[in-house]
Write a new protein. Sequence first.
Length: 565
Amino acid sequence: MNDIRRTILWVIFGFSMVLLWDQWQIHNGKQATFFPNPTQKAASAPAPAVSASTGVPVVPAVAGQAPVAESAVAVASERFEVSTDVLKMTFDTQGGALVRTEFLQYLDSNDKTRNFVLLDDTKDRYYQAQTGLIGGVAPDSFPTHKSVMAVSGDKALKDGQDELKIVFTSQDTGGIKLVKTYTLRRGAYDIAVKHEVINTGATSLNPQLYLQLVRDGNKPAGESSFYSTFTGPAVYTDLKKYQKVEFSDIKKGKADFEKESTNGYIAMVQHYFASAWILPADVKRTFSLDARDVGATVADCCYRATMITPLETVAPGQTKAVEAKLFVGPQEEKKLEALAPGMELVKDYGWLTILAKPLYWLLDKLHSFIQNWGWSIVALVLLLKIAFYWLNAKAYASMAKMKAVNPRIMEMRERLKDNPQQMQQEMMRIYREEKVNPMGGCFPIMVQIPVFIALYWVLLSSVEMRNAPWILWIQDLSSPDPFFILPVVMTLTTLLQTALNPAPPDPLQAKMMWFMPLAFSVMFFFFPSGLVLYWITNNILSIAQQWIINTRMGVPPQFNLPKFK
Protein backbone atom coordinates (compact mmCIF):
# COMPACT_ATOMS: atom_id res chain seq x y z
CA MET A 1 0.00 0.00 0.00
CA ASN A 2 2.85 2.35 0.85
CA ASP A 3 4.46 1.62 -2.53
CA ILE A 4 1.19 2.39 -4.29
CA ARG A 5 0.89 5.69 -2.46
CA ARG A 6 4.46 6.64 -3.34
CA THR A 7 3.94 5.63 -6.96
CA ILE A 8 0.79 7.74 -7.25
CA LEU A 9 2.59 10.75 -5.81
CA TRP A 10 5.51 10.30 -8.20
CA VAL A 11 3.18 9.97 -11.18
CA ILE A 12 1.49 13.24 -10.16
CA PHE A 13 4.87 14.92 -9.68
CA GLY A 14 6.21 13.65 -13.01
CA PHE A 15 3.10 14.78 -14.89
CA SER A 16 3.34 18.20 -13.21
CA MET A 17 6.94 18.54 -14.40
CA VAL A 18 5.82 17.69 -17.96
CA LEU A 19 3.11 20.36 -17.83
CA LEU A 20 5.53 22.90 -16.34
CA TRP A 21 8.07 22.31 -19.10
CA ASP A 22 5.35 22.48 -21.76
CA GLN A 23 4.10 25.83 -20.47
CA TRP A 24 7.66 27.15 -20.28
CA GLN A 25 8.16 26.27 -23.95
CA ILE A 26 4.90 28.02 -24.90
CA HIS A 27 5.78 31.05 -22.72
CA ASN A 28 9.07 31.45 -24.61
CA GLY A 29 7.35 31.45 -27.98
CA LYS A 30 8.19 27.84 -28.89
CA GLN A 31 5.90 25.02 -29.87
CA ALA A 32 4.75 22.81 -27.00
CA THR A 33 7.09 19.84 -26.54
CA PHE A 34 4.65 17.23 -25.29
CA PHE A 35 1.18 18.49 -26.14
CA PRO A 36 1.48 20.56 -29.33
CA ASN A 37 -1.65 22.15 -30.74
CA PRO A 38 -2.55 21.24 -34.30
CA THR A 39 -0.82 23.75 -36.52
CA GLN A 40 -3.12 26.04 -38.36
CA LYS A 41 -2.09 28.08 -41.32
CA ALA A 42 -3.36 31.62 -40.94
CA ALA A 43 -5.34 32.96 -43.82
CA SER A 44 -3.17 35.21 -45.91
CA ALA A 45 -4.25 38.82 -45.92
CA PRO A 46 -4.26 40.90 -49.08
CA ALA A 47 -1.35 43.26 -49.54
CA PRO A 48 -2.11 46.58 -47.86
CA ALA A 49 -2.64 49.70 -49.89
CA VAL A 50 0.13 52.32 -49.99
CA SER A 51 -0.39 55.89 -48.83
CA ALA A 52 0.14 58.31 -51.73
CA SER A 53 1.54 60.96 -49.38
CA THR A 54 3.99 58.85 -47.42
CA GLY A 55 4.51 55.64 -49.32
CA VAL A 56 3.82 53.72 -46.08
CA PRO A 57 1.49 50.69 -46.00
CA VAL A 58 -1.99 51.58 -44.75
CA VAL A 59 -4.69 49.11 -43.73
CA PRO A 60 -8.09 50.36 -44.89
CA ALA A 61 -10.85 50.78 -42.34
CA VAL A 62 -13.53 48.11 -42.22
CA ALA A 63 -17.19 48.97 -41.80
CA GLY A 64 -18.03 49.05 -38.11
CA GLN A 65 -14.37 49.13 -37.09
CA ALA A 66 -12.06 51.96 -36.13
CA PRO A 67 -9.61 53.08 -38.80
CA VAL A 68 -5.98 51.96 -38.57
CA ALA A 69 -3.33 54.62 -38.15
CA GLU A 70 -0.61 55.11 -40.71
CA SER A 71 2.88 54.58 -39.31
CA ALA A 72 3.96 57.96 -40.64
CA VAL A 73 1.96 61.17 -40.26
CA ALA A 74 1.14 63.06 -43.44
CA VAL A 75 -0.03 66.19 -41.61
CA ALA A 76 2.17 67.90 -39.04
CA SER A 77 1.27 67.13 -35.43
CA GLU A 78 2.72 68.01 -32.06
CA ARG A 79 3.52 65.96 -28.97
CA PHE A 80 3.66 67.49 -25.52
CA GLU A 81 3.93 66.38 -21.89
CA VAL A 82 1.37 66.78 -19.11
CA SER A 83 2.22 65.98 -15.48
CA THR A 84 0.31 65.21 -12.30
CA ASP A 85 1.74 64.02 -8.98
CA VAL A 86 1.65 60.36 -10.11
CA LEU A 87 1.79 60.47 -13.93
CA LYS A 88 3.82 62.07 -16.66
CA MET A 89 1.88 61.71 -19.92
CA THR A 90 2.64 62.47 -23.54
CA PHE A 91 -0.28 63.45 -25.76
CA ASP A 92 -0.32 63.75 -29.53
CA THR A 93 -2.39 66.41 -31.28
CA GLN A 94 -2.98 63.81 -33.98
CA GLY A 95 -6.29 62.49 -32.70
CA GLY A 96 -5.67 63.72 -29.15
CA ALA A 97 -4.17 60.28 -28.43
CA LEU A 98 -2.33 59.33 -25.26
CA VAL A 99 0.97 57.89 -26.53
CA ARG A 100 3.14 57.61 -23.42
CA THR A 101 2.64 57.23 -19.67
CA GLU A 102 5.42 57.35 -17.09
CA PHE A 103 4.59 56.36 -13.50
CA LEU A 104 6.34 58.72 -11.09
CA GLN A 105 5.89 56.43 -8.07
CA TYR A 106 7.04 53.16 -9.69
CA LEU A 107 10.57 52.37 -10.79
CA ASP A 108 11.49 50.26 -13.79
CA SER A 109 12.37 46.73 -12.62
CA ASN A 110 15.28 46.47 -15.07
CA ASP A 111 16.71 49.95 -14.44
CA LYS A 112 16.00 51.38 -10.98
CA THR A 113 17.26 54.82 -12.10
CA ARG A 114 14.22 55.24 -14.38
CA ASN A 115 10.48 55.42 -13.80
CA PHE A 116 8.27 52.68 -15.18
CA VAL A 117 6.70 53.40 -18.59
CA LEU A 118 3.51 51.62 -19.73
CA LEU A 119 2.14 53.31 -22.86
CA ASP A 120 4.95 54.16 -25.25
CA ASP A 121 5.80 54.78 -28.91
CA THR A 122 9.42 53.92 -29.67
CA LYS A 123 11.35 51.53 -31.87
CA ASP A 124 10.97 48.90 -29.13
CA ARG A 125 7.37 49.47 -28.08
CA TYR A 126 4.03 50.55 -29.56
CA TYR A 127 1.19 51.02 -27.08
CA GLN A 128 -1.39 53.83 -27.33
CA ALA A 129 -4.89 54.84 -26.22
CA GLN A 130 -6.98 56.29 -29.06
CA THR A 131 -10.54 57.44 -29.73
CA GLY A 132 -12.50 58.84 -32.66
CA LEU A 133 -15.70 58.69 -34.68
CA ILE A 134 -16.84 56.34 -37.42
CA GLY A 135 -20.10 55.85 -39.31
CA GLY A 136 -19.65 58.28 -42.19
CA VAL A 137 -20.14 57.45 -45.86
CA ALA A 138 -16.40 56.79 -46.25
CA PRO A 139 -13.46 55.98 -43.95
CA ASP A 140 -12.10 59.03 -42.13
CA SER A 141 -15.14 61.11 -43.12
CA PHE A 142 -15.55 61.98 -39.42
CA PRO A 143 -12.79 63.06 -36.96
CA THR A 144 -10.70 60.02 -35.99
CA HIS A 145 -7.49 59.35 -34.06
CA LYS A 146 -5.66 60.36 -37.26
CA SER A 147 -7.19 63.85 -37.36
CA VAL A 148 -4.88 66.66 -36.20
CA MET A 149 -6.57 68.69 -33.45
CA ALA A 150 -6.07 72.02 -31.72
CA VAL A 151 -5.23 71.80 -28.03
CA SER A 152 -5.67 74.01 -24.97
CA GLY A 153 -5.27 73.65 -21.21
CA ASP A 154 -2.62 73.47 -18.49
CA LYS A 155 0.37 71.18 -18.90
CA ALA A 156 1.04 70.49 -15.20
CA LEU A 157 -0.89 70.08 -11.97
CA LYS A 158 0.00 73.07 -9.83
CA ASP A 159 0.34 73.23 -6.04
CA GLY A 160 -3.09 73.37 -4.45
CA GLN A 161 -4.74 72.28 -7.71
CA ASP A 162 -6.70 69.00 -7.60
CA GLU A 163 -7.40 68.59 -11.30
CA LEU A 164 -6.49 69.89 -14.72
CA LYS A 165 -8.17 69.70 -18.10
CA ILE A 166 -6.72 69.18 -21.57
CA VAL A 167 -9.09 70.00 -24.44
CA PHE A 168 -8.61 68.79 -28.03
CA THR A 169 -10.81 70.25 -30.77
CA SER A 170 -10.95 68.81 -34.25
CA GLN A 171 -11.64 70.66 -37.48
CA ASP A 172 -15.05 70.38 -39.09
CA THR A 173 -14.91 67.00 -40.84
CA GLY A 174 -17.94 65.61 -42.66
CA GLY A 175 -20.23 68.01 -40.84
CA ILE A 176 -18.94 66.93 -37.42
CA LYS A 177 -16.65 68.62 -34.93
CA LEU A 178 -15.26 66.51 -32.07
CA VAL A 179 -14.23 68.07 -28.77
CA LYS A 180 -12.31 65.72 -26.48
CA THR A 181 -11.69 66.79 -22.86
CA TYR A 182 -9.30 64.89 -20.57
CA THR A 183 -9.76 65.58 -16.85
CA LEU A 184 -6.79 64.47 -14.73
CA ARG A 185 -7.03 64.34 -10.93
CA ARG A 186 -4.40 64.46 -8.22
CA GLY A 187 -3.34 60.97 -7.08
CA ALA A 188 -5.49 59.22 -9.70
CA TYR A 189 -4.63 56.85 -12.52
CA ASP A 190 -8.12 57.02 -14.05
CA ILE A 191 -8.79 59.88 -16.44
CA ALA A 192 -12.26 61.20 -17.30
CA VAL A 193 -12.55 61.62 -21.06
CA LYS A 194 -15.57 63.54 -22.35
CA HIS A 195 -16.39 63.39 -26.06
CA GLU A 196 -18.66 66.15 -27.38
CA VAL A 197 -19.95 65.54 -30.91
CA ILE A 198 -21.19 68.73 -32.58
CA ASN A 199 -23.20 68.58 -35.80
CA THR A 200 -22.06 71.61 -37.82
CA GLY A 201 -23.83 70.55 -41.03
CA ALA A 202 -27.32 70.82 -42.41
CA THR A 203 -28.38 67.15 -42.09
CA SER A 204 -28.82 64.74 -39.22
CA LEU A 205 -25.92 62.34 -38.65
CA ASN A 206 -25.45 59.00 -36.85
CA PRO A 207 -21.81 58.76 -35.75
CA GLN A 208 -20.37 56.04 -33.52
CA LEU A 209 -17.67 56.62 -30.94
CA TYR A 210 -14.80 54.13 -30.74
CA LEU A 211 -12.34 53.81 -27.87
CA GLN A 212 -9.35 51.55 -28.43
CA LEU A 213 -6.08 50.35 -26.99
CA VAL A 214 -3.43 49.43 -29.55
CA ARG A 215 -0.20 47.68 -28.66
CA ASP A 216 2.42 45.34 -30.05
CA GLY A 217 2.32 41.68 -29.06
CA ASN A 218 5.66 41.54 -27.22
CA LYS A 219 5.96 40.46 -23.61
CA PRO A 220 7.09 43.15 -21.12
CA ALA A 221 10.85 43.56 -20.87
CA GLY A 222 12.43 41.44 -18.16
CA GLU A 223 9.61 38.87 -18.03
CA SER A 224 10.75 35.77 -16.15
CA SER A 225 11.23 32.48 -17.98
CA PHE A 226 10.49 30.49 -14.82
CA TYR A 227 6.93 31.67 -14.24
CA SER A 228 4.41 33.05 -16.68
CA THR A 229 1.93 35.90 -16.28
CA PHE A 230 -0.73 36.93 -18.78
CA THR A 231 -0.08 39.68 -21.32
CA GLY A 232 -2.88 40.62 -23.69
CA PRO A 233 -6.38 42.04 -24.05
CA ALA A 234 -9.37 41.27 -21.86
CA VAL A 235 -13.09 41.93 -22.12
CA TYR A 236 -15.41 42.16 -19.13
CA THR A 237 -19.21 42.00 -19.12
CA ASP A 238 -21.67 41.18 -16.35
CA LEU A 239 -22.86 38.15 -18.31
CA LYS A 240 -19.58 36.40 -19.13
CA LYS A 241 -17.38 38.15 -16.59
CA TYR A 242 -13.63 38.41 -17.17
CA GLN A 243 -12.54 37.06 -20.56
CA LYS A 244 -8.80 36.94 -21.33
CA VAL A 245 -7.75 36.53 -24.95
CA GLU A 246 -4.32 35.44 -26.13
CA PHE A 247 -2.62 37.45 -28.89
CA SER A 248 -2.11 34.21 -30.82
CA ASP A 249 -5.84 33.49 -30.80
CA ILE A 250 -6.58 36.95 -32.17
CA LYS A 251 -4.11 36.50 -35.02
CA LYS A 252 -5.59 33.10 -35.88
CA GLY A 253 -9.15 34.45 -35.76
CA LYS A 254 -10.00 32.15 -32.84
CA ALA A 255 -10.68 34.80 -30.18
CA ASP A 256 -13.73 33.92 -28.08
CA PHE A 257 -15.42 36.72 -26.11
CA GLU A 258 -18.78 38.44 -25.76
CA LYS A 259 -19.26 40.88 -28.64
CA GLU A 260 -22.17 43.06 -27.39
CA SER A 261 -23.30 44.32 -24.02
CA THR A 262 -24.69 47.31 -22.13
CA ASN A 263 -21.94 47.14 -19.52
CA GLY A 264 -18.30 46.23 -19.07
CA TYR A 265 -14.91 47.41 -20.28
CA ILE A 266 -12.05 46.63 -22.65
CA ALA A 267 -8.51 46.30 -21.29
CA MET A 268 -4.88 45.54 -22.06
CA VAL A 269 -3.25 43.61 -19.23
CA GLN A 270 0.30 42.71 -18.25
CA HIS A 271 2.11 41.81 -15.03
CA TYR A 272 1.32 44.43 -12.33
CA PHE A 273 -0.14 47.07 -14.72
CA ALA A 274 -3.11 47.56 -17.03
CA SER A 275 -4.96 50.00 -19.23
CA ALA A 276 -8.71 50.06 -19.84
CA TRP A 277 -11.51 52.02 -21.47
CA ILE A 278 -14.70 52.17 -19.39
CA LEU A 279 -18.15 53.43 -20.41
CA PRO A 280 -21.07 54.17 -18.04
CA ALA A 281 -23.54 51.37 -17.29
CA ASP A 282 -26.56 50.89 -19.58
CA VAL A 283 -24.72 52.34 -22.58
CA LYS A 284 -24.85 49.99 -25.55
CA ARG A 285 -21.41 48.89 -26.75
CA THR A 286 -19.75 46.36 -29.02
CA PHE A 287 -16.33 44.82 -28.48
CA SER A 288 -13.79 43.79 -31.10
CA LEU A 289 -10.26 42.40 -30.99
CA ASP A 290 -8.13 42.29 -34.12
CA ALA A 291 -4.57 42.32 -35.43
CA ARG A 292 -3.39 44.96 -37.90
CA ASP A 293 -0.11 45.55 -39.73
CA VAL A 294 0.99 49.14 -39.23
CA GLY A 295 4.37 49.32 -40.92
CA ALA A 296 8.01 48.33 -40.58
CA THR A 297 8.49 48.86 -36.83
CA VAL A 298 8.62 46.73 -33.72
CA ALA A 299 4.83 46.73 -34.06
CA ASP A 300 4.71 45.06 -37.47
CA CYS A 301 1.64 43.38 -36.06
CA CYS A 302 -0.28 45.42 -33.53
CA TYR A 303 -3.33 44.25 -31.62
CA ARG A 304 -6.40 46.41 -31.09
CA ALA A 305 -8.90 46.11 -28.29
CA THR A 306 -11.82 48.31 -29.37
CA MET A 307 -15.11 49.32 -27.81
CA ILE A 308 -17.70 51.07 -30.02
CA THR A 309 -20.84 52.83 -28.84
CA PRO A 310 -23.49 54.30 -31.17
CA LEU A 311 -24.65 57.85 -30.54
CA GLU A 312 -28.27 58.82 -30.97
CA THR A 313 -29.05 60.82 -34.08
CA VAL A 314 -27.33 64.20 -33.89
CA ALA A 315 -29.51 66.88 -35.48
CA PRO A 316 -28.00 69.98 -37.18
CA GLY A 317 -26.64 72.36 -34.54
CA GLN A 318 -27.06 69.73 -31.80
CA THR A 319 -24.35 68.38 -29.48
CA LYS A 320 -24.19 64.88 -28.04
CA ALA A 321 -21.77 64.06 -25.22
CA VAL A 322 -20.36 60.69 -24.12
CA GLU A 323 -18.52 60.35 -20.82
CA ALA A 324 -15.82 57.67 -20.61
CA LYS A 325 -12.92 56.75 -18.36
CA LEU A 326 -9.40 55.79 -19.34
CA PHE A 327 -7.46 53.85 -16.73
CA VAL A 328 -3.69 53.59 -17.10
CA GLY A 329 -2.04 52.41 -13.93
CA PRO A 330 -0.97 49.77 -11.43
CA GLN A 331 -3.22 46.87 -10.42
CA GLU A 332 -4.00 48.13 -6.91
CA GLU A 333 -6.95 45.94 -5.99
CA LYS A 334 -8.88 48.31 -3.72
CA LYS A 335 -8.65 51.21 -6.18
CA LEU A 336 -9.68 48.98 -9.07
CA GLU A 337 -12.74 47.75 -7.17
CA ALA A 338 -13.88 51.36 -6.71
CA LEU A 339 -13.35 52.19 -10.38
CA ALA A 340 -15.86 49.89 -12.11
CA PRO A 341 -17.59 46.52 -11.54
CA GLY A 342 -15.17 43.69 -12.30
CA MET A 343 -12.23 46.02 -12.82
CA GLU A 344 -10.25 44.35 -10.03
CA LEU A 345 -10.15 41.16 -12.11
CA VAL A 346 -7.38 42.58 -14.30
CA LYS A 347 -5.27 41.55 -11.31
CA ASP A 348 -5.49 37.95 -12.39
CA TYR A 349 -5.52 35.21 -9.75
CA GLY A 350 -6.71 32.58 -12.23
CA TRP A 351 -9.13 29.84 -11.17
CA LEU A 352 -8.34 30.31 -7.46
CA THR A 353 -9.71 33.87 -7.28
CA ILE A 354 -12.33 32.79 -4.72
CA LEU A 355 -9.50 31.90 -2.30
CA ALA A 356 -6.98 34.52 -3.39
CA LYS A 357 -9.17 37.58 -2.78
CA PRO A 358 -9.72 36.93 0.97
CA LEU A 359 -6.02 36.08 1.33
CA TYR A 360 -5.08 39.43 -0.24
CA TRP A 361 -7.59 41.18 2.03
CA LEU A 362 -5.98 39.59 5.09
CA LEU A 363 -2.46 40.39 3.82
CA ASP A 364 -3.46 44.01 3.28
CA LYS A 365 -4.96 44.24 6.79
CA LEU A 366 -1.76 42.84 8.29
CA HIS A 367 0.28 45.37 6.33
CA SER A 368 -1.83 48.23 7.68
CA PHE A 369 -0.56 47.28 11.17
CA ILE A 370 2.95 46.03 10.41
CA GLN A 371 3.86 48.54 7.65
CA ASN A 372 6.29 46.09 6.04
CA TRP A 373 5.22 43.71 3.27
CA GLY A 374 7.92 41.15 4.09
CA TRP A 375 6.89 40.77 7.72
CA SER A 376 3.24 40.83 6.61
CA ILE A 377 3.94 37.75 4.47
CA VAL A 378 5.53 36.01 7.47
CA ALA A 379 2.53 36.91 9.66
CA LEU A 380 0.02 35.69 7.05
CA VAL A 381 1.74 32.29 6.70
CA LEU A 382 1.83 32.00 10.50
CA LEU A 383 -1.95 32.64 10.68
CA LEU A 384 -2.57 30.05 7.97
CA LYS A 385 -0.48 27.47 9.82
CA ILE A 386 -2.50 28.17 12.97
CA ALA A 387 -5.76 27.82 11.02
CA PHE A 388 -4.62 24.46 9.61
CA TYR A 389 -2.95 23.28 12.83
CA TRP A 390 -5.23 20.29 13.45
CA LEU A 391 -5.07 19.10 9.84
CA ASN A 392 -1.28 19.32 9.94
CA ALA A 393 -1.25 17.58 13.33
CA LYS A 394 -3.13 14.60 11.86
CA ALA A 395 -0.77 14.45 8.90
CA TYR A 396 2.36 14.59 11.02
CA ALA A 397 0.91 12.09 13.51
CA SER A 398 0.34 9.68 10.63
CA MET A 399 3.92 10.26 9.45
CA ALA A 400 5.21 9.62 12.98
CA LYS A 401 3.37 6.27 13.09
CA MET A 402 4.79 5.41 9.68
CA LYS A 403 8.28 6.25 10.93
CA ALA A 404 7.73 4.02 14.01
CA VAL A 405 6.77 0.96 11.94
CA ASN A 406 9.30 1.67 9.19
CA PRO A 407 12.01 -0.66 10.64
CA ARG A 408 9.53 -3.59 10.60
CA ILE A 409 8.53 -2.75 7.04
CA MET A 410 12.15 -2.59 5.91
CA GLU A 411 12.98 -5.92 7.56
CA MET A 412 9.90 -7.55 6.07
CA ARG A 413 10.67 -6.25 2.56
CA GLU A 414 14.19 -7.63 2.76
CA ARG A 415 12.93 -11.00 4.01
CA LEU A 416 10.17 -11.34 1.39
CA LYS A 417 11.77 -9.56 -1.54
CA ASP A 418 11.37 -12.68 -3.69
CA ASN A 419 7.65 -13.02 -2.94
CA PRO A 420 5.89 -9.72 -3.83
CA GLN A 421 2.37 -11.03 -3.18
CA GLN A 422 3.20 -12.21 0.34
CA MET A 423 5.09 -8.94 0.91
CA GLN A 424 1.96 -6.91 0.18
CA GLN A 425 -0.18 -9.10 2.45
CA GLU A 426 2.33 -8.84 5.28
CA MET A 427 2.57 -5.08 4.85
CA MET A 428 -1.23 -4.70 5.10
CA ARG A 429 -1.22 -6.89 8.23
CA ILE A 430 1.39 -4.64 9.89
CA TYR A 431 -0.62 -1.53 9.01
CA ARG A 432 -3.78 -3.07 10.52
CA GLU A 433 -2.01 -4.12 13.71
CA GLU A 434 -0.36 -0.74 14.20
CA LYS A 435 -3.51 1.15 13.07
CA VAL A 436 -1.52 3.05 10.45
CA ASN A 437 -3.19 4.60 7.40
CA PRO A 438 -0.57 5.04 4.64
CA MET A 439 -2.65 7.80 3.09
CA GLY A 440 -3.24 9.56 6.40
CA GLY A 441 -0.30 11.89 5.90
CA CYS A 442 -1.36 12.95 2.41
CA PHE A 443 -5.02 13.94 2.61
CA PRO A 444 -4.73 16.68 5.30
CA ILE A 445 -1.87 18.26 3.35
CA MET A 446 -3.68 18.03 -0.02
CA VAL A 447 -6.65 19.92 1.47
CA GLN A 448 -4.33 22.89 2.11
CA ILE A 449 -2.63 22.91 -1.29
CA PRO A 450 -5.24 25.16 -3.03
CA VAL A 451 -4.89 27.75 -0.26
CA PHE A 452 -1.12 27.94 -0.59
CA ILE A 453 -1.31 28.00 -4.40
CA ALA A 454 -3.77 30.91 -4.09
CA LEU A 455 -1.34 32.68 -1.76
CA TYR A 456 1.40 32.10 -4.36
CA TRP A 457 -0.68 33.98 -6.95
CA VAL A 458 -1.50 36.76 -4.48
CA LEU A 459 2.21 37.39 -3.90
CA LEU A 460 3.08 37.02 -7.58
CA SER A 461 0.31 39.38 -8.77
CA SER A 462 0.39 42.14 -6.14
CA VAL A 463 2.00 45.31 -7.44
CA GLU A 464 2.57 46.34 -3.82
CA MET A 465 5.54 43.93 -3.80
CA ARG A 466 7.35 45.96 -6.50
CA ASN A 467 10.29 47.80 -4.93
CA ALA A 468 8.97 46.93 -1.46
CA PRO A 469 11.86 46.33 0.99
CA TRP A 470 11.95 43.67 3.69
CA ILE A 471 15.25 43.70 5.61
CA LEU A 472 18.94 44.30 4.92
CA TRP A 473 19.78 43.19 1.37
CA ILE A 474 16.17 42.47 0.32
CA GLN A 475 15.04 45.83 -1.06
CA ASP A 476 12.56 44.57 -3.66
CA LEU A 477 10.23 41.67 -2.83
CA SER A 478 9.23 41.36 -6.50
CA SER A 479 12.82 40.69 -7.65
CA PRO A 480 15.03 37.63 -7.07
CA ASP A 481 17.41 37.71 -4.11
CA PRO A 482 20.56 39.37 -5.54
CA PHE A 483 22.84 37.19 -3.36
CA PHE A 484 20.71 33.99 -3.54
CA ILE A 485 20.66 33.75 0.26
CA LEU A 486 16.91 33.16 0.55
CA PRO A 487 16.85 30.42 -2.13
CA VAL A 488 19.73 28.62 -0.38
CA VAL A 489 17.89 28.81 2.96
CA MET A 490 14.73 27.59 1.26
CA THR A 491 16.61 24.62 -0.23
CA LEU A 492 18.15 23.72 3.14
CA THR A 493 14.81 23.87 4.97
CA THR A 494 13.20 21.74 2.26
CA LEU A 495 15.94 19.12 2.60
CA LEU A 496 15.61 19.20 6.40
CA GLN A 497 11.86 18.63 6.08
CA THR A 498 12.55 15.69 3.74
CA ALA A 499 15.01 14.21 6.23
CA LEU A 500 12.39 14.32 9.01
CA ASN A 501 9.85 12.38 6.93
CA PRO A 502 9.81 8.58 7.07
CA ALA A 503 12.09 7.07 4.42
CA PRO A 504 10.26 5.11 1.70
CA PRO A 505 10.94 1.36 1.89
CA ASP A 506 11.97 1.27 -1.76
CA PRO A 507 15.62 2.49 -2.06
CA LEU A 508 14.97 4.04 -5.49
CA GLN A 509 12.01 6.00 -4.15
CA ALA A 510 14.12 7.11 -1.19
CA LYS A 511 16.71 8.56 -3.54
CA MET A 512 14.06 10.26 -5.66
CA MET A 513 12.53 11.84 -2.56
CA TRP A 514 15.83 13.69 -2.14
CA PHE A 515 16.14 14.59 -5.78
CA MET A 516 12.68 16.20 -5.93
CA PRO A 517 13.30 19.09 -3.46
CA LEU A 518 16.66 19.81 -5.09
CA ALA A 519 15.10 20.03 -8.55
CA PHE A 520 12.19 22.08 -7.20
CA SER A 521 14.55 24.49 -5.41
CA VAL A 522 16.39 25.41 -8.62
CA MET A 523 13.39 27.43 -9.83
CA PHE A 524 13.31 29.43 -6.61
CA PHE A 525 16.71 30.96 -7.38
CA PHE A 526 14.87 33.00 -10.04
CA PHE A 527 11.58 33.59 -8.22
CA PRO A 528 10.66 36.92 -6.54
CA SER A 529 12.03 37.25 -3.00
CA GLY A 530 8.51 37.58 -1.57
CA LEU A 531 7.56 34.13 -2.88
CA VAL A 532 10.75 32.55 -1.54
CA LEU A 533 10.18 34.20 1.85
CA TYR A 534 6.66 32.76 1.98
CA TRP A 535 7.98 29.26 1.21
CA ILE A 536 10.79 29.48 3.79
CA THR A 537 8.33 30.59 6.48
CA ASN A 538 6.00 27.71 5.62
CA ASN A 539 8.90 25.23 5.74
CA ILE A 540 10.21 26.43 9.13
CA LEU A 541 6.76 26.35 10.74
CA SER A 542 6.08 22.88 9.29
CA ILE A 543 9.40 21.56 10.62
CA ALA A 544 8.68 22.99 14.10
CA GLN A 545 5.21 21.46 14.22
CA GLN A 546 6.45 18.09 12.94
CA TRP A 547 9.23 18.06 15.53
CA ILE A 548 6.81 18.82 18.39
CA ILE A 549 4.25 16.19 17.32
CA ASN A 550 6.89 13.47 16.86
CA THR A 551 8.27 14.19 20.34
CA ARG A 552 4.81 14.09 21.93
CA MET A 553 4.08 10.72 20.29
CA GLY A 554 7.28 9.22 21.62
CA VAL A 555 8.91 9.01 18.22
CA PRO A 556 12.17 10.92 18.64
CA PRO A 557 12.89 13.06 15.57
CA GLN A 558 15.66 11.60 13.52
CA PHE A 559 17.17 12.50 10.19
CA ASN A 560 16.75 9.92 7.44
CA LEU A 561 19.73 10.81 5.30
CA PRO A 562 19.98 9.46 1.75
CA LYS A 563 22.10 6.45 0.93
CA PHE A 564 23.46 6.83 -2.57
CA LYS A 565 25.21 3.50 -2.99
